[in-house]
Ligand binder design. Structure first.
Ligand code: ACO
Length: 194
C-alpha cells in the first residue's frame, strides 16, 4: 500500500508501535509543525489500512481507524512497513488491546477477565502467506510480553484460525457465547501473569 507522501520519514523501523498519540515511539519531531504533519499522515495510513483490512474480512465498517485509536488508551496498533526505495509501503497491521470480558472456562463457569485481545490483523494481499504475519505477531508478543494462548481473539477469520493453528498449535477452543475465541491454556496463562 503506497501513499502520496514518504512514509520512511515517519517509520524508522519496519515494525512500529503506535498508540493514541498516533506517532511511532521512534519518531522524533524537530518541531511542533512536523509532529502535527506526521500525526495527520499516520492517521491517513491507519484509516487506509484499516479499510483494507475490513474489505479483506468482508466487513462493512473498519475495526481500525485513527479516531478510535486516538480516543482509546487501551489499544495499540503495530504497523509493518517496507522501504521500496521510493515512498515506502505499508504492508501490515495488527491491533491489540485489553478488554473486560465475561468468558466461560472449560467447565462452563463464567469468569470476568481483563484480557489482551487481538482486534484486527491484516497483511496486504500481495504479501500474504510469506511469513510476514508471523514476524509481526511475534514482534507484538515479545514487546507486550504475552503468550499466544493468553490472547482472546475477536471474531477470527478462517485465515487467522489457520494461522494460529499453524504457528502456535492453537486448536482447542473453549466455547464462548460472545464473538471472542479463547484457547485451552487461556486461564493458566492469565493466572501466571498475576
Ligand atoms: N487461507 C487459509 N489460511 C491462510 C491464508 C489463506 N488464504 N493466508 C494465511 N493463512 C494462514 C495459513 O495457516 C498459512 O499457512 P500455510 O500457507 O502453510 O497454509 C499461514 O496463515 C501463513 O502464515 P503467515 O505467512 O505468517 O501469515 P500471513 O502473512 O498470511 O498473515 C493473516 C496472516 C494476517 C491472517 C493474513 O492472511 C490476512 O491478512 N488475511 C486476511 C485478513 C484476515 O483474515 N485477518 C484476520 C481477521 S480476524 C482478526 O483480526 C481478529
Amino acid at each position: 500500500m503506497e501513499f502520496r507522501f514518504n512514509i520512511n520519514k515517519i517509520f524508522k523501523n519496519n515494525i512500529s508501535r503506535v498508540g493514541n498519540s498516533l506517532l511511532p515511539a521512534a519518531f522524533i519531531a524537530p518541531d511542533r509543525r512536523s509532529a502535527l504533519d506526521a500525526t495527520a499522515y499516520v492517521a491517513e495510513i491507519i484509516n487506509s489500512i484499516g479499510q483494507a483490512s475490513a474489505a479483506a474480512q468482508g466487513l462493512n465498517q473498519a475495526v481500525t481507524s485513527s479516531d478510535r485509536l486516538r480516543n482509546c488508551d487501551e489499544q495499540v496498533v503495530y504497523l509493518m512497513t517496507e522501504d521500496n526505495g521510493k515512498n515506502g509501503l505499508v504492508v501490515g497491521l495488527l491491533k491489540i488491546g485489553r478488554k473486560s470480558l465475561y468468558v466461560f472456562d472449560k467447565f462452563g463457569d463464567t469468569k470476568h477477565v481483563l484480557a489482551p485481545c487481538v482486534l484486527d490483523f491484516y497483511i496486504h494481499e500481495t504479501r500474504q502467506r510469506a511469513g510476514l504475519g508471523k514476524v509481526l505477531f511475534e514482534y507484538m508478543l515479545e514487546y507486550e510480553n504475552l503468550l499466544p494462548e493468553q490472547l482472546a481473539i475477536d471474531r477470527p477469520s478462517e485465515k487467522l484460525l489457520s494461522f494460529l493453528k499453524k504457528h502456535y498449535a492453537l486448536t482447542e477452543k473453549i466455547p464462548q457465547m460472545n464473538n471472542f475465541v479463547i484457547y485451552d491454556g487461556f486461564f493458566t496463562a492469565q493466572d501466571s501473569q498475576r
